[in-house]
Design a protein around this ligand. Structure first.
Ligand SMILES: [Zn+2]
Length: 229
């Protein structure tokens, strides 16, 4: 037995993997127990977002509501140093998208970036973690193409009407990253008004992207099927 697998075995003995929803012990390699997985009924939203400045429309898919145990798992993922939850959220998005023709024509997966300060505080970008896992599941490359170069106020603290203005101009394409003519699957953690994804998609289109499909792990429900972001 190699050192790494021996050490993994010791860790698993003392800290067995647990279901991220109910905390029961699960077999190695599983994030969620069978009972919880059966109880999760995906909403599989496909929301048309309208960028009010340009009138351009984007589609954003989101498999699950930001509610109940999934909301708690997302909060653990983002704020309690549980980056391994990314695989579970990526699997949920992949289950929704696996029949989509977009996956067969997409060039790569990208994610909504964090500011440098937020990345330093959290230690990882949760959206990037989901995007990388999703890319692996879909057999696509992952590229970091966007950066957040302005520190703005936190979106969830703002009223809907202020969110679009708050994200305007805060994202840009990284120097030397070609997106022209590309079809991009753009990933975020939570879809609320769509302002953040809408702004990032607009930046990608302005840089010459051919097609952008947005995907979020969870959606704040009680929103209309077509939203102005
Ligand atoms: Zn469970």
């Amino acid at each position: 037995m190699k050192c790494k697998s021996l050490w993994d075995g010791v860790l698993e003995f003392f800290y067995p993997p647990r279901c991220l929803l109910c905390r029961n012990i699960v077999p190695p390699g599983r994030e969620c127990c069978e009972a919880c997985e059966k109880a999760l009924l995906p909403a599989n939203w496909s929301v048309r977002m309208i960028e009010p400045e340009t009138g351009k429309t984007f589609v954003c898919v989101a498999p699950d509501p930001y509610d109940g145990p999934l909301r708690k798992a997302m909060l653990d993922f983002k704020f309690h140093n549980m980056p391994k939850h990314a695989r579970f959220f990526a699997q949920r998005i992949f289950s929704q998208l696996r029949q989509s023709p977009f996956l067969t024509r997409a060039d790569f997966v990208a994610s909504v970036p964090l500011s440098r300060e937020r990345l330093r505080q959290r230690g990882y970008n949760q959206s990037e973690r989901i995007a990388r896992e999703l890319a692996a599941l879909a057999g696509l490359p992952y590229f970091t193409v966007l950066e957040k170069h302005v520190e703005n106020r936190e979106q969830h603290r703002l009223h809907k009407k202020d969110r679009r203005q708050n994200v305007r101009g805060v994202y840009r394409i990284l120097p030397g990253v070609p997106v022209e003519g590309c079809r991009i699957l753009l990933v975020d953690d939570i879809l609320t008004t769509g302002a953040t994804l809408g702004e990032c998609a607009a930046v990608l289109y302005a840089a010459g992207a051919k097609e952008v499909l947005c995907a979020a792990a969870c959606r704040v429900s009680a929103q209309p099927e077509s939203i102005s972001c």
